[in-house]
Design a protein around this ligand. Structure first.
Ligand SMILES: [Zn+2]
Length: 418
């Protein structure tokens, strides 16, 4: 058979099955054409299921991976089960379920020239923010030191009776859990033009990205803040995330969400408010799909610990009216300014009862002096967070209260642009 005599369909089949032209013409038998196509289709299905099984196993979700392999009719995938069972048996429960550290960040400084200039905000940025370069080094160090991101429900969750309980986190012996959160992901108005990302957007592949405008006015789309950098890092290092965990995003309402001015009480003149609300909701949905968890951070960033009940309730109503429709219902509460409603004693009283009535079960304060502090009752889970920012870097350098050295070497991380 001469090459030129082949039809386009034959060529396609030859290409698919990898035959040489010496073999009998498979197009002569229509059933073998169909068979080749079916085999090809099956092989590509198997490859994609295999990739998903590997992704789940890399993220320590062995039960999910095993289920997928076991329930598949394909023999090659079923053969993966024993290897996965073996890997699963190597995992051990994190021995200190009530000692899991929690680091928190604010939006990252991208352009240090514009952030650390001499305007009124510069000192605040130095004190409360870290730079893009610093965060990148911190991620590398956390990963090198064996930290794995976990979500609140991985370490504590109500049982069937509704009582909060610590949960086993199953990791290899050299790995340890860590909670990460990002506060105020609103791209506040005051940050405009100071060298930060301007908002979050969802790209064509459904991936959340930042928009960032550089000093020359050129717009960029990419990873220019914590959540997007963490997502990219986990794409490259799936074992930095426990069962698809990312972190907690603590949201206020007064400047809207993710850079969209969605607050109806604050922006009554925003003609695009409905579109902005839709765009912000799309971002929130995509973030939730990626594994991020939302928390209330109060609507007006109020000092929750000291405000009177009237203001406290008014603020909560605004959060429920303006923020909840975008980010969804949540049982997580991150105190603004770390302004907790109690010291180390257990929660009680009117403010706690109100928060409980509003559905909150997980509470996060700030304590930059201790490695990990948690408190649990049947009703709630409480955890202190360590601020990672310029103030903490300064304390670390003084050798006063070195808490960050567990996670990274501050000397190697600190941006010379500070
Ligand atoms: Zn805040």
């Amino acid at each position: 058979m001469k090459f030129t005599q082949m039809t386009a369909a034959t060529l396609l089949v030859l290409a698919l099955v990898g035959c040489s032209s010496e073999q009998p013409n498979p197009a002569a038998d229509p059933s073998s054409t169909t068979e080749a196509k079916t085999a090809q289709k099956e092989q590509s299905r198997v490859e994609s299921v295999k990739a998903e099984i590997n992704r789940l196993a890399d993220g320590f979700d062995y039960d999910g991976a095993i289920k997928l392999a076991k329930n598949d009719d394909n023999a090659e995938l079923q053969k993966m089960v024993s290897g996965l069972e073996d890997e699963k048996s190597q995992m051990t429960a994190w021995p200190k379920p009530d000692q899991i550290p929690h680091l928190f960040f604010h939006s990252l400084v991208i352009d240090t020239d514009r952030a650390f200039d001499s305007d009124a905000q510069a000192q605040g940025y130095k004190d409360y923010m870290v730079t893009h370069k610093e965060f990148s080094k911190i991620l590398d160090s956390l990963y090198d030191r064996g930290y794995v991101l976990v979500n609140p429900r991985d370490f504590a969750r109500p049982n069937k009776k509704g009582e909060m309980e610590y949960r086993k986190i199953m990791l290899p012996k050299d790995k340890k859990p860590l909670v990460l959160s990002v506060d105020d992901v609103s791209y506040y108005e005051y940050m405009d033009g100071d060298g930060f990302a301007s908002r979050l957007v969802v790209d064509r592949d459904g991936k959340v990205r930042n928009e960032y405008t550089d000093a020359s006015g050129k717009k960029h789309v990419g990873a220019y803040d914590v959540s997007t950098m963490v997502d990219d890092f986990i794409d490259e290092h799936p074992d930095f995330s426990y069962r698809d965990a990312r972190g907690i995003l603590a949201m206020t309402g007064y400047n809207g969400e993710f850079g969209y001015r969605t607050s109806e009480s604050q922006y009554p003149k925003n003609k695009h408010i409905k579109q902005d609300q839709q765009a912000a909701t799309k971002v929130a949905d995509a973030l939730k799909d990626e594994g991020w968890v939302f928390a209330s951070h109060s609507w007006g960033h109020i000092s929750t610990g000291t405000e009177d009940m009237g203001r406290f309730k008014r603020d909560m109503k605004l959060w429920k009216k303006e923020v909840e429709p975008i980010v969804g219902k949540t049982d997580q509460f991150v105190y603004p300014f770390g302004s907790d409603i109690a010291r180390v004693n257990y929660y009680s009283g009117a403010k706690y009862n109100y928060l409980k009535d509003q559905g909150f079960k997980y509470f996060y304060g700030v304590d930059g002096t201790t490695h990990a502090w948690m408190q649990q009752t049947d009703d709630y889970q409480r955890q202190m967070r360590i601020n990672v920012d310029g103030l903490q870097f300064a304390k670390e350098k003084d050798g006063d209260r070195p808490v960050l050295s567990e996670f990274f070497d501050a000397d190697k991380v600190i941006d010379p642009a500070r």
